[in-house]
Design a protein around this ligand. Structure first.
Ligand code: FAD
Length: 446
């Protein structure tokens, strides 16, 4: 598997860690890198700890959709603010991010889909998002040559797309220029707390004092929180994506149609994925927190492919005393989890795209990869910098749609840590909702 342009060169890594920082960030994904940038800009002394390579996990493996439409209401104000940042982000970070502000379109292939998409218009109106329902003719105008019968589509002109392999890295580069210490191949083993206050972080290269620790460790976050006695019902699913060779220009719109999600870059290549399914590779770990998911699993069952495969054996092996996980410690778990792409699903997606644009899409799959997606039972993330213990901030559980939110998550956390005010109402995304049992059913689990 190749993750194009994903990794930072390790020569960037300072060998010695600072002894003390204002904020230590665990996880060098998009959330960690964006937060590091905005905190550094505000003058904080920041350390980013990445157990592997920067943006080596979800943040470089996303489809690249940047959308407000069809989101849970709790995320919409954040996404509106995020779109505002995306529009000028290439200028702010002084680099190409593959940003295209050409909209997002979900095409309805049947009445149930159309009704589902239409129902989101109520949310759009209440937040003044520019989402509209297009007629079949209007969809045909947006997607010339689209040959599958359709009943219109949900369209948001202000949505867009960007290149996941570039964005976290760009934030990290600029944060580093502003003085942030960014360290790859150095995991955080645990967060140190004294008298209810975060006081530091234990790393693979020693101890670093910090009164604030941001835990943005993707699918490993629940493990770090468990060491603090905090139960987060986070789970893992697997999504697969392919990049194709270049084809003729179809559209710059991030589109879901005929069961395939696709976006076309300016060079003509597409990112494509099977929109209808993600894989759940069953492990003993899936029994943990099952009661949180059981009520919605049945309703969303068609979206999941449940597999009993090598992941189960790997999970059993990782529980043995001589395993990598035992050696690295519970907070790091695995350095580079193996995530194989689902080729069958990709074949289906490719056929669906070709059938949708007959004679137009003569491209081949040039590269493919998969990523472990961190989900939470209510389908919305935890973004919280005012929790217990004091000084702990958490950004995790983005349920397969956090790439679009990355810039605003980084900025919101930085503002919250720096000034005590996140600038937006973050109540619905608080960490304590699980302990309080204040968890609503998900509109979508990924
Ligand atoms: C296949 C796929 C398609 C997607 N498509 C989209 C899309 O089109 N649009 C969208 O908005 N979102 C999409 N997403 C979701 C999006 O990519 C994620 O929500 C987002 O990247 C999450 O960023 P993160 O920083 O929280 O996590 P990650 O990118 O996973 O970063 C977490 C980092 O923490 C590190 N880490 C873990 N434990 C430790 C430790 N103990 N010490 C140090 N470091 C540690 C990991 O190595 C990792 O690099 C997709 C995701 C996938 C997998």
């Amino acid at each position: 598997m190749t993750i194009p342009e994903a990794a930072f060169s390790t020569q960037w890594t300072p060998q010695d860690l600072p002894r003390e920082v204002d904020v230590a960030i665990i996880g060098g994904g998009l959330m960690g890198c964006a937060c590091a940038y905005y905190l550094s800009k505000a003058g904080a002394k920041v350390l980013v700890l990445e157990k592997s390579t920067l943006a080596g996990q979800q943040s470089s493996r996303a489809w690249g959709f940047v959308r407000q439409q069809s989101r849970d209401e709790a995320e919409v104000p954040l996404m509106q603010a995020s779109i505002g940042i995306w529009r000028s982000l290439e200028r702010e970070l002084q680099t190409d991010l593959g940003w295209r502000n050409d909209g997002c379109l979900f095409v309805a292939g049947n009445e149930a889909e159309r009704d589902g998409y239409e129902s989101w218009l109520t949310v759009a109106r209440s937040f003044s998002v520019d989402t509209v329902m297009l007629s079949p003719r209007e969809v045909a105008n947006k997607l010339p040559g689209y040959a599958v019968p359709q009943l219109g589509g949900l369209f948001t002109a202000s949505d867009g797309q960007a290149e996941p392999t570039l964005v976290a890295r760009a934030f990290a580069m600029r944060a580093r220029e502003l003085g942030a210490h960014i360290v790859e191949h150095c995991g955080a083993k645990g967060i140190d707390v004294a008298a209810g206050q975060v006081v530091g972080v234990e790393t693979e290269r020693g101890y670093v004092k910090a009164k604030t620790v941001v835990c943005a460790a993707g699918v490993t976050t629940f493990r770090l929180l468990k060491l603090l006695g905090i139960a987060l019902p986070q789970q893992l699913v697997r999504g697969t994506v392919a990049r194709t060779t270049s084809g003729p220009t179809l559209s710059g719109i991030s589109t879901i149609a005929n069961g395939v999600g696709f976006r076309q870059r300016l060079d003509g290549s597409f990112n494509i994925a099977d929109d209808a399914h993600v894989d759940v590779d069953m492990t003993l770990g899936h029994l943990r927190a099952l009661h949180w998911y059981a009520p919605s699993l049945w309703a969303h069952r068609k979206s999941f492919r449940f597999n009993l495969n090598g992941a189960c054996l790997t999970d059993l092996h990782q529980r043995l005393p001589w395993s990598e996980s035992s050696r690295l410690g519970a907070g790091i778990h695995q350095r580079n989890p193996f995530t194989p792409p689902n080729d069958k699903g990709l074949g289906t997606a490719m056929r669906a795209l070709k059938a949708a644009f007959p004679g137009q899409v003569n491209t081949q799959i040039a590269d493919r990869w998969a990523g472990g997606i961190d989900v939470l039972p209510d389908g919305i993330p935890v973004i919280d910098a005012q929790t217990s213990p004091r000084g702990l901030a958490v950004a995790t559980g983005f349920c397969g749609h956090g790439f679009a939110m990355g810039p605003i998550v980084g900025k919101t956390l930085a503002d919250w840590i720096d000034s005590g005010d996140p600038g937006l109402d973050m109540h619905q995304l608080r960490l304590s909702r699980f302990a309080e049992g204040d968890v609503k059913p998900p509109s979508s689990l990924f």
